[in-house]
Design a protein around this ligand. Structure first.
Ligand code: ADP
Ligand code: MG
Length: 338
């Protein structure tokens, strides 16, 4: 008979890292979400070799008290929820308390922070394991986290990484999704020392143009529809800008990028009469509703969601978009008949 035993903490985190930190882009997403949850208004990202060699995220958010730097890297440690009721109405992007622990289990981490009101900044270092004691460091404000040599201690995982260019592409896409969701926040992205994006705080329309191209912005309808506590805003392209792939479909639920069959179906239906079946609509849409009506805790990376009333959501999205498409000159007879 084999012996059943509890796994060591580090190994548990390394296993969890397979889900949360599938590749550099997933780590970047988690770090950016942490900065937003901390109320940052400016976030700077530097990557080297697609994020594998180095990922540095610097924000001007609320910071972490020096006495909390070590626990921030511990598993299941979060400041964002404390009870099941909190979880049911969670408004922050994070809440599982496993991202930093997972990242620290598979990379060399430096976490430096200066909490609001603190006189000095402190940092902790963790080399694929427990963090050391906090040390004084220099930092004007907010939090800077550096992750080096991702998967240095998990060679099997490292083998799954693609080329630097491919990993950078995924990382840039993670950056783009976050930056689209928060046009009010300034972002910059550097790769191998070269500036890739420099986004000032702006309105949604300008941000969409900056990230998805002026051509998209010029061919898109502005959407702003609401009914019964549901709201859909953003931009949706006219049929002329349709695509051969789904590469320009951005949908955010309460500020979180999601991929969802029900949503995709509703939007597809709204375009049905104006789009050839092998073309895909392009859109960047923001759907907001009471957080209690949507469960975001169905996927470790939270890319999937579950709605309490899926039918109502489907109908609302379909009608909102259909109306917008019809309203641009009666080219959608099906919508007008409703
Ligand atoms: P979660 O985001 O689910 O709470 P994480 O492992 O991502 O879990 O982060 C753990 C905790 O560390 C957070 O709850 C937060 O208190 C703190 N933290 C992480 N990143 C930042 C940051 N950039 N600014 C301020 N606090 C942070
Ligand atoms: Mg987090």
């Amino acid at each position: 008979m084999s012996v059943i035993q509890l796994l060591p903490d580090l190994l548990i985190s390394q296993i969890a890292a397979g889900e949360v930190v599938e590749r550099p882009a997933s780590a970047l997403k988690e770090l950016l979400e942490n900065s937003l949850d901390a109320g940052a208004t400016e976030i700077r990202v530097q990557l080297e070799q697609g994020g594998i060699k180095l990922m540095r995220v610097a924000d001007n958010g609320a910071g972490i008290a020096s006495a909390q730097l070590q626990i921030a890297l511990a598993r299941h440690a979060t400041s964002k929820i404390a009870s099941l009721e909190d979880l049911e109405r969670v408004a922050s992007l994070g809440f599982r308390g496993e991202a930093l622990a997972s990242i620290a289990a598979v990379g060399r981490v430096r976490l430096a922070s200066r909490a609001v009101g603190a006189d000095h900044a402190h940092q902790v270092l963790a080399d694929g394991g427990r963090p050391g004691e906090p040390q004084p460091t220099a930092l004007a404000a907010g939090t800077t986290i550096e992750v080096r040599d991702l998967y240095f201690n998990t060679p099997a995982r490292r083998k799954f990484l693609k080329s630097e260019a491919t990993e950078y592409g995924h990382s840039e896409e993670a950056f783009r999704r976050i930056a689209l969701a928060r046009p009010d926040v300034a972002f910059s992205l550097q790769h191998n020392g070269r500036a890739q994006h420099h986004l000032r705080s702006e309105d949604a329309r300008r941000r969409i143009g900056a990230l998805l191209g002026d051509e998209f912005a010029a061919c898109a309808l502005e959407i702003d529809e609401s009914a019964a506590g549901l709201r859909l805003t953003g931009m949706s392209a006219l049929p002329a800008y349709s695509r051969a792939s789904r590469d320009a479909q951005y949908f955010f639920v309460n500020g979180r990028f999601v991929r969802d069959k029900l949503i995709a179906h509703a939007l597809r239906q709204a375009y049905r009469d104006v789009l050839h079946h092998d073309r895909h609509p392009a859109y960047c849409l923001f759907f907001d509703l009471d957080p209690a009506l949507v469960d975001v805790n169905v996927h470790p990376a939270k890319i999937e969601v579950r709605f309490r009333d899926g039918r109502a959501v489907h109908q609302f999205l379909y009608h909102a978009l259909n109306k917008a498409l019809a309203g641009r000159g009666g080219e959608n007879p099906a919508a007008q008949a409703q």
